[in-house]
Design a protein around this ligand. Structure first.
Ligand code: ADP
Ligand code: MG
Length: 597
């Protein structure tokens, strides 16, 4: 490079800084609402157009800004919240970097109307491309109203990164929801394109606010956490082990009222559930951590989404300990009740019990199911009989060259750990993941029927599923697609949908779980997935829900039917998530393990 070094112009420097702070409309919503909270507002209204891509307006009834200071609002490193670096620790405010307004104004047009409650006149200002074009006195209500338009008009490359309107809107709602969770005393509302999307009146307690934001369904299925260790305090709610989610998006972690992402806290939470929750499912949780400002560095991330703890070990132990204790308490009281009611059924049926002691429990139960007589009967069934009809090949099967699963010459030996079906044969030993296998069978069936009109089965009792406003926003866009697959849903108010019909091919599916998982899947992945990709994803989720679970006991006849169906299914060696359906050990490999070869 022959070019000389030059200091970047302020405009370019601001645009670069904006890259970190203003990623999408939701980042602007977050910064504006945080400023309103910092200004002491107790009523914050957000209005969005086209998912925030056309305009974002945040109106608050907070302190307002003095006319002389208005010019500074859009300056970088101009803040009213700290003076010295040490002030960061006890600032107690969201902002302190003095960067957000400058960044927003460098990539959008910003109009500001503000008046302090005691002033007679207010101020109006507009800023664009990093500079203020106008400041004038104006008659305005007390508080501050900021309107952001023409987002990324001067950096068109960034517009391309925006996702669909529904996805952006959903992210904006999420941003407001997170602040609403940690500030029950403030009234929040969001309107999108003139429609009310979210309204949370001031609440008496965090628990009330959590119910408003995440829905009663969560608060009805949660355990309360309250624990203290040295000068660190943890409070909040976590879901019971059976109320599960398909990803960790419903885990909300707050440190001193600030929403954060933290791998260590997340890990501690999941560790507590490991023993009691189905694999690959996640809890919902709202956890508030309070600790002295000097124990945590909040200045390690431009949008302050990550923090660094001075002593992360204490935090980890506190979270995993408190959640484990809550789960153990719930488990103990549930077991006690169940034991009184039906001690024997409980012992046979408690999947929790089984998960904590997988081998004992499942082997104990299987001794009955796969007694010699039962096994013999199973062997007589068509699938197993086939092994006897043909000559057993002498060749040891080469594991690598068989791409499809077949059950020729295999004998069913039993179910292991409640999840794997074990087969023996001249080729060696095969373990089949019962859930993954069934999932693949159902997916291929759904795909085959999905080409024509899909039969749907109206529910006798339509089921109401509560969702967050952000989820409703995502789901609304997908309704026609879902209807085409036989899943008929209708939005019901701001925070619920009614399930009216399900695909006929999928009986016995928990509608609540299905819908909540479907929605969680909708916001993930590519910016603009094709219709076919979306459909495939939805079908995969349907199949996953309808498939037999791990820890479901299968009769030999059911195993036979499953094997037969699997043989007839395309792509039968991997599940829809790309995991293997079976694992094999050749006789040679087994003998090697025993040092016989
Ligand atoms: P920071 O929040 O880090 O101080 P910002 O760029 O977000 O930086 O805001 C700059 C300043 O503008 C704030 O320090 C505050 O004094 C003022 N300000 C911004 N929004 C509001 C608001 N809604 N009400 C009152 N003052 C505001
Ligand atoms: Mg700010």
């Amino acid at each position: 490079m022959s070019r000389r070094i030059a200091v970047l112009s302020e405009e370019v420097a601001n645009q670069i800084a904006a890259g970190e702070v203003v990623e999408r409309p939701a980042s602007i919503v977050k910064e504006l609402v945080e400023n309103a909270v910092d200004a002491g507002a107790d009523d914050i209204r957000v209005e969005l157009e086209i998912g925030g891509c056309r305009s974002i307006r945040v109106v608050d009834n907070g302190s307002g800004i003095e006319q002389e200071d208005v010019a500074l609002v859009f300056e970088r490193h101009a803040t009213s919240k700290i003076v010295r670096i040490d002030d960061i620790h006890d600032a107690g405010s969201f902002g302190f970097r003095g960067e957000a307004m400058a960044s927003i104004a460098s990539v959008a047009r910003v109009e500001l109307l503000t008046r302090r409650p005691d002033d007679l006149a207010g101020t109006k200002a507009t800023a664009q491309a990093g500079s203020i074009s106008e400041i004038s006195p104006a008659g305005v209500p007390s508080g501050t109203q900021i309107t952001v338009t023409e987002l990324f008009a001067n950096v068109p490359a960034r517009r391309k990164f925006l996702k669909t309107e529904a996805t952006e809107q959903s992210a904006c709602l999420d941003a407001v929801m997170r602040l609403a969770l940690s500030h029950p005393e403030i009234r929040f509302s969001v309107r999108a394109d003139g429609r009310n999307m979210f309204a949370a009146p001031a609440a008496a307690s965090v628990a009330d606010r959590v119910a408003m934001v995440l829905g009663r369904d969560f608060t009805d299925h949660c355990l309360t956490i309250a624990q203290r260790k040295e000068n660190v305090e943890l409070g909040g709610m976590v879901s019971t082990p059976t109320w599960t989610k398909s990803n960790s998006k419903s885990v909300y972690l707050f440190v001193n009222s600030r929403f954060i992402r933290d791998n260590s806290m997340m890990h501690a939470l999941l560790a507590a559930y490991r023993q009691v929750m189905e694999p690959r499912r996640f809890p919902a949780a709202v956890l508030f951590l309070r600790l002295p400002g000097e124990e945590v560095d909040i200045n390690v991330h431009p949008a302050k989404m990550e923090v660094r703890f001075k002593n992360s070990r204490i935090i980890y132990d506190l979270v995993s300990g408190a959640v484990s204790r809550a789960l153990a308490g719930a488990q103990a009281s549930r077991d006690a009740v169940a034991y009184r009611l039906a001690p024997r059924e409980m012992a046979a049926d408690s999947s929790e019990f089984q998960k904590s002691r997988p081998y004992q429990a499942s082997w104990g139960r299987q001794r009955d199911v796969f007694s010699r007589a039962n096994l013999q009967r199973a062997l007589d069934e068509d699938l197993f009989a086939r092994a006897g009809e043909t000559d057993v090949p002498a060749r040891v099967e080469d594991a690598s060259c068989e791409e499809r699963i077949t059950f020729d010459h295999r004998t069913y030996l039993g179910q292991f750990a409640g999840a794997y079906l074990v087969f023996g044969g001249p080729g060696g030993l095969m373990l089949l993941d019962q859930h993954a296998a069934h999932e693949r069978i159902l997916l291929e069936r759904l795909k085959a029927t999905g080409k024509g009109p899909v039969a749907s089965q109206p529910l006798l009792m339509p089921e109401v599923v509560t969702l967050t406003p952000a989820q409703i926003s995502l789901l609304t866009e997908a309704l026609p697609l879902l209807a085409g697959i036989g899943l008929e849903l209708e939005v019901f108010g701001r925070d619920a949908v009614v399930v009216k019909a399900m695909p006929a091919a999928l009986p016995n599916v928990d509608a609540r779980l299905l819908v909540s998982d479907l929605v969680d899947g909708l916001g993930e992945g590519q910016a603009a997935p094709s219709l076919a990709e979306k459909k495939e994803k939805i079908l995969a989720s349907l199949a996953c829900h309808a498939a037999i679970k791990a820890h479901a006991e299968l009769s030999p006849a059911e195993v036979a039917a499953l094997c037969r169906d699997l043989e007839e299914t395309p792509f039968n060696a991997t599940c829809p998530h790309g995991r293997p359906i079976r694992v094999r050990f050749t006789l040679y490999e087994i003998e090697r393990m025993f040092k016989r070869k």
